[in-house]
Design a protein around this ligand. Sequence first.
Ligand SMILES: Cc1ncc(COP(=O)(O)O)c(C=O)c1O
Length: 388
Amino acid sequence: MRRIISERQEELPPSMLGKLLSVSHAPGMVSLGPGEPDFTPQPHILAAAKRALTEKQTRYTSPQGTPELRDAVVRKLLKENKIRTTADNVLITNGATEGILLTLMATIDPGEGVLLPDPSFLAYKPAVEVLSGTPLMVRLRETDGFQLTWEDLERAILPEKTNVLILNTPGNPTGVVFSKKVLEEIADFAVEYDLLIVADEVYEKFVYANQKHISIGSLNGMQNRVVTINSFSKTYGMPGFRVGYLTGPEKFINSMTKLHIFSSICAGSVSQAAALAALRGPQKAIPRIVRDYDKRRKEMVRRVNTMPGLRCREPGGAFYVFVNCSKIAKHSYPFAQNLLTKAKVAVVPGIEFGRGGEGFIRLSYATAPQLIRKGLDRMEDFLMRRRT
Ligand SMILES: Cc1ncc(COP(=O)(O)O)c(C=O)c1O
């Protein structure tokens, strides 16, 4: 048979994460791998979804999203993110993942460069590659606290060929929260090189200690240069609803809406009803969950730093601890595989997030405290046995 699978698809790297996750739910396994929260949506969110079904809200919505939800997003962005926008400049998407893909589809042509933090969320690079763009990896260094620096951006950029810089704060997998100073420097860099910034802020609520999330789209003069992407998946514990949103300059939103019509027409009607209830309803569960996650974060950091050969910084955000294992394992994949088969703990090898993640493993604390403890106990036992 002649070749039917596209070369573009064949060139995508196989996901090691997929392989690991497929065995991580086997009986007896403890998974410290999840990239989704372990809490379920608040009852009023589920009730809104049920109501939407009872009322047979089963038709396509407006491709940009229901007017009510877009209005609620506009109010939220102004109140919480200090981003001024209008309902015409908001697009409701099938999660942030679709938002990222649509933004790249609307902005890059084959061969054009996209600056990506390295390590970063594992969908960015394949999204650039599937569009025949050129990923330009910008190292995030542990020694800089995983903050982006002008020098590293300058080292990575191909000035004549680069349109877009993807930014993720709070960050997956490092847990970094970019400081105002760093964001201002990145904003200056974007102006200097005439770049569009794609700000993925899905972990915005998960910030700890004295950290503060700042939206780069709220900085002076950035309104025409930033597409802000967000999601209901993490904040409201509803990743399976597949609903998110983005806002940005009108010309980009128009072009993304056109692409969105061809890719999925609209986000799910029931999911949009649930998302509306999430934004309109009480928000008091969020700080409670964040306090709870903060306790888990502290315990995980403390425990990891007592284990032989491992060390980690205290992450300021998201729900991951990015653990340096380079002293005992230069390559994170075989190390993660060993933890899986010999200690029965699933973690994500840092290499999944880019070459800059090699020598690290990602542990998630978005799982029940007793499972976190069990997983950490098993890791500790495994490392102690290795030593003797
Ligand atoms: C940084 C980042 N962006 C986006 C997503 C995906 O979000 P969504 O469920 O809204 O597609 C994830 C999921 O892990 C993520 O870590």
